[in-house]
Design a protein around this ligand. Structure first.
Ligand code: P6P
Length: 335
């Protein structure tokens, strides 16, 4: 069996850049800076239980959710890492109401990120992570970016990825040429290629959804999930961690489907979505589709959803193409 190359993420990024002769190295530099931020956050998350970092910071974010100090730490690390690099014209974060101004904000790219997705799980030692997406600016160069640079659909994405802080820390990213996974060797402080050219199985045997919301799903979603439980389907196994990054990472590697459907609890007519479009759903959808999977928002391709506000929420179904196609057949009324 061919020996897998020993290659760091830095080397991988440089080699990926050489595939694009017109590349300036800006995106490579941006991603290098991000990988350093992930190492710093990983070191802190991995000893969260040993410091007084745990416990609520007493603040709440734009969504009225308790913010742990780890959220704030991860947010500050990324903002300080990216502030002077000159690669960005604007940043948007789950933790900030408005776009984040930069000291050097005349760059060519835009960064949207969730600094610590699933952070409410830190206290019980469940995997959490940082999710990011990168667009090219659309506003005139030479000055700071604006909201228009951030509110772009998934099909405009230049790159996306995540760092998952679990039993090991992994970086999974794509610049549109496949999905590549790197595992951090803490003794070296290097992300080494461990999952080259990730491809999601055509069909899986795991479904991942918070069934506690079942009473407030629409009928098609309820029927789809019941369909998966029928013996004729295997039946599928249920796995739900409650940390999107962990649930989608497992789906990417083993196949199956991850769902966060709209719930019709408060607003019986329109329903409510939970996951954020710009810095949770879209970057993960980009990766899943780059790995050969599919991602939907209801019956619409998720990558085509137009963001109108920074913290817009969206219903999500993503994973193996055959599984997402089955879901779509229920949603579209064909089953
Ligand atoms: P629920 C974490 O707070 C998060 O944003 C996602 O990471 C996760 O998939 C979802 O919320 C969990 O939500 O309602 O199942 O607890």
């Amino acid at each position: 069996m061919e020996q897998q190359r020993i290659i760091s993420v830095q080397r991988h990024l440089v080699e990926s850049q050489h595939v694009h002769p017109q590349a300036t190295g800006e995106l490579t530099g941006l991603l290098w800076d991000l990988t350093l931020a992930f190492k710093l956050i990983s070191a802190a998350v991995n000893k969260a239980g040993l410091t007084d970092v745990l416990g609520m910071a007493g603040s709440t974010n734009v969504h009225g959710e308790d913010v742990t100090r780890m959220d704030r730490y991860a947010q500050e690390v990324i903002v300080r890492m990216m502030d002077h690099g000159g690669h960005l014209c604007a940043m948007a974060s789950e933790e900030e109401e408005e776009i984040i101004p930069l000291t050097r904000g005349d760059g060519r790219y835009v960064l949207c990120f969730d600094p610590l997705d699933g952070s409410s799980n830190i206290g019980v030692n469940v995997s959490v992570g940082t999710i990011f997406s990168i667009y090219r600016r659309v506003s005139p160069t030479g000055g700071p970016g604006c909201l228009e640079d951030v509110l772009q659909p998934g099909k405009a994405l230049v790159a996306a990825g995540y760092a998952v802080y679990g039993s090991s820390t992994m970086l999974v990213y794509s610049t549109g040429a496949g999905v590549h996974g790197f595992t951090l060797d803490p003794s070296l402080g290097e992300f080494l290629l461990s999952h080259p050219n990730l491809r999601i199985p055509r069909r899986g045997s795991i479904y991942s959804v918070n069934e506690g919301n079942q009473a407030w799903w629409d009928d098609a979603t309820r029927r789809y999930v019941e369909h998966l439980k029928a013996p004729a389907q295997g039946p599928y196994k249920s796995r739900y961690i409650g940390s999107m990054i962990a649930d989608v990472h497992r789906t990417l590697l083993t196949g199956g489907v991850f769902l966060y459907p709209r719930t019709y609890k408060k607003d019986k007519a329109r329903g409510e979505a939970k996951l954020r479009l710009l810095y949770e759903a879209l970057p993960m959808a980009f990766l899943v589709e780059q790995a050969g999977g599919r991602a939907l928002a209801g019956s619409q391709p998720l990558m085509e959803v137009i963001p109108h506000t920074l913290h817009q929420r969206v219903e999500v179904a993503m994973g193996s193409p055959a599984d997402v196609d089955d879901y779509a057949s229920f949603i579209q009324g064909a089953r």
